[in-house]
Design a protein around this ligand. Structure first.
Ligand SMILES: [Zn+2]
Length: 612
């Protein structure tokens, strides 16, 4: 590498990739990079000398084989071009791609089928040339590199893979990191698969023997490869903020999917035999019966993130046509330390909710479909109420998160411990506040009412579309209206909407007047001057959204409202009255989140009904 001389004349790179690459042999060194930086005006004539010397120094002192772009990134150059962006390694890599006329790729580990791509070259080969195969299609192999001029491997790999090589430029540190990770993991899966296929016939017999004897339950679940794969899977799921991990056996292969911000993403396919062993390992850790595969089972695991934070996983298995399916729900350990504003409560609703939940007795209901965040709201609320002077008891199905300051009980239909039995038992435990997981039947509703009438605060959930409909639902179950009048103090409906990624959202969204009218129309909310739209960046996995927030419709039961509950209750009249009493319907709550630039009209329209 000739780094000693300063670049005299800028050598502009040609935009034509064919001309830029191998026909004209070049070396990607500091001299070339700085001549391009100068030509593009990223560094100016006055600064180039010092920066070049600095990068040269960094490179010289680096312990073995630093990529020149990494040295440039460490100089922390600020571009002389408008925007004056700091030239990070990502930005420099993207810039390099444009200079040599190749696409830039940010390596998304979730999109790479590493078992397939790891077959086209060995780990040492990839490491030697600093390349990483990313994608194998029928006619092409996509390979990431950070050195477009070092291509002596290209013809060889093209021949071996019998594919056309399609080069992309990626961040050199990413290439190094993922090369190490992928090949280790691919080897684990391959080795695990090898052992399993060989032992398959044997193992089937073995399992039958074990089943009869109910002895040694551990098969291959403790195989080091399987241990690695499961650890890696959890690490990835935590890193990607997944809420659920699905392990799904199919006819020939098995599929791993993550749910992120409410949407499922297929992550990997693994050989069926590997998944069987993974499932066995996870069941073992969850203290479930590993042999039993014909009945659904539940379990729980406590593990830690790389950062050392404790995470709780709830497991459930289900026998399917192709084998045992396992779902792991990941509980965000921060859930119970969140505040109402962090859950998306506007200040006014937070105040009203606080006032309601501080009442000494009565029933408060949270309604919404499964996955609308009801449990999070209840846990957050209870946690705030659970001081040392107060006995908070819950009866749940299942216990979603174990919290030390509550006394939690799990419903067990097998031994006739239903919600109503649970409440009955709790009542003898001198409770102050009772949380009932869900009111599904008259028996549970009656116990909840009984508890409220005897001076307890009862919180529970119901599946209804909006807050006023909860009254109709309880009447339908057969609860006498005068008991509702005597006990019900508040109802809240809620939904979750995805929030725009703060890193990439763009203020140039457009919104048709009719659409806005259907969202904020009846309330005459002026259309905001700025509408944000989702763009997509690596932080949000190109979806444009990152995280979710709640929208709430809070009904406080007033004297006027109870007057309307009777033998012939009219839902429309209930809605009108609750709005007069200060309730903002879900769609209006959503409109406010659009005005604040937190979410989009699409998200709000997806989860809320039109204003009645
Ligand atoms: Zn983004």
């Amino acid at each position: 590498m000739n780094d000693n001389a300063l670049p005299a004349t800028p050598q502009p790179a040609t935009a034509n990739p064919a001309a830029a690459r191998p026909t004209r042999p070049r070396t990607l060194d500091l001299q070339l990079i700085f001549s391009w930086l100068l030509a593009d005006g990223i560094v100016d004539k006055t600064g180039v000398k010092a920066h070049f010397a600095q990068a040269q120094g960094i490179l010289r002192n680096a312990p073995g084989g630093m990529h020149p772009l990494v040295a440039v990134a460490q100089c922390k150059l600020v571009s002389c071009q408008p925007l004056h962006r700091m030239m990070t390694l990502d930005l420099l890599s993207e810039w390099l791609a444009s200079k040599v006329g190749l696409p830039f790729a940010r390596i998304d580990p979730l999109r790479i089928d590493f078992t397939k791509v790891a077959d086209v070259m060995s780990a040492s080969y990839a490491a030697k040339f600093h390349i990483l195969p990313l994608e194998l299609t029928n006619d092409a192999l996509v390979v990431a590199t950070a050195d477009p001029y070092q291509v002596e491997w290209e013809s060889e790999i093209a021949k071996i893979s019998r594919r056309k090589i399609s080069l992309v430029i990626a961040n050199p540190l990413d290439i190094a990191q993922y090369t190490a990770q992928f090949f280790t993991l691919a080897k684990s899966i391959r080795d695990a698969n090898k052992t399993n296929t060989q032992d398959m016939a044997l193992r089937n017999n073995f399992e039958q023997l074990v089943e009869m004897g109910k002895a040694n339950k551990q098969f291959d679940a403790n195989d080091q490869h399987i241990v690695n794969i499961v650890d890696w899977l959890w690490g990835y799921a935590f890193e990607q903020r997944a809420s659920d991990i699905h392990l799904e056996p199919k006819r020939d292969v098995a599929v791993i999917r993550f749910r992120i911000d409410g949407v499922l993403h297929q992550v990997y396919q693994v050989p069926a035999a590997v998944m069987i062993a993974m499932t066995a390992r996870i069941k073992l850790l969850g203290r479930m019966d590993v042999i039993e595969k014909r009945r659904p089972q539940d379990g729980r695991i406590k593990t830690r993130t790389q950062a050392g934070q404790e995470v709780e996983l709830r497991l459930s298995t289900l026998p399917t046509a192709f084998g045992e399916k396992l779902v792991m729900r990941i509980f965000d350990p921060d859930v119970v330390v969140k505040t109402l504003p962090e859950l998306g409560f506007p200040p006014d609703d937070a105040r009203r909710w606080d006032a309601l939940t501080k009442r000494p007795h009565g029933i408060i209901l949270v309604t919404g479909p499964t996955g609308s965040g009801k449990t999070t709201t209840l846990y957050t609320t209870l946690k705030a109420l659970a001081t040392s002077e107060v006995n908070v008891c819950t009866v749940e199905d299942p216990i979603e998160m174990v919290e030390a300051s509550f006394n939690q009980m799990q419903v067990q239909p097998g031994i006739d411990l239903s919600f109503s039995d649970g409440v009955k038992a709790l009542m003898r435990q001198d409770p102050d506040i009772i949380m009932v997981g869900e009111i599904r039947d008259l028996g549970t509703a009656e116990m909840a009412i009984q508890a409220a009438l005897t001076g307890h605060l009862v919180l529970s959930t119901l599946h209804t579309n909006d807050a006023p409909a909860a009254v109709m639902r309880l009447l339908e179950l057969g609860v006498p209206y005068y008991l509702l009048e005597a006990t019900l103090i508040g109802i809240m409906a809620q939904r979750l909407v995805r929030t725009l990624c703060p890193n990439c959202k763009s203020p140039d969204g457009t919104l048709n007047d009719d659409v806005w009218h259907s969202i904020g129309g009846a309330w005459k909310i002026p259309k905001p001057a700025t509408i944000y739209r989702p763009i997509g960046c690596p932080e949000c996995r190109q979806t444009g959204y990152r995280g979710r927030t709640g929208i709430y419709e809070l009904l406080t039961v007033t004297e006027a409202f109870t007057q309307l509950v009777g033998d012939e209750t009219d839902l429309h009249a209930l809605r009108r009255q609750s709005v007069l009493d200060g309730m903002k319907p879900l769609r209006i709550a959503g409109a406010m989140k659009i005005v604040e630039g937190v979410t989009t009209a699409e998200e709000v329209l997806k989860v809320t009904a039109a204003l009645a």
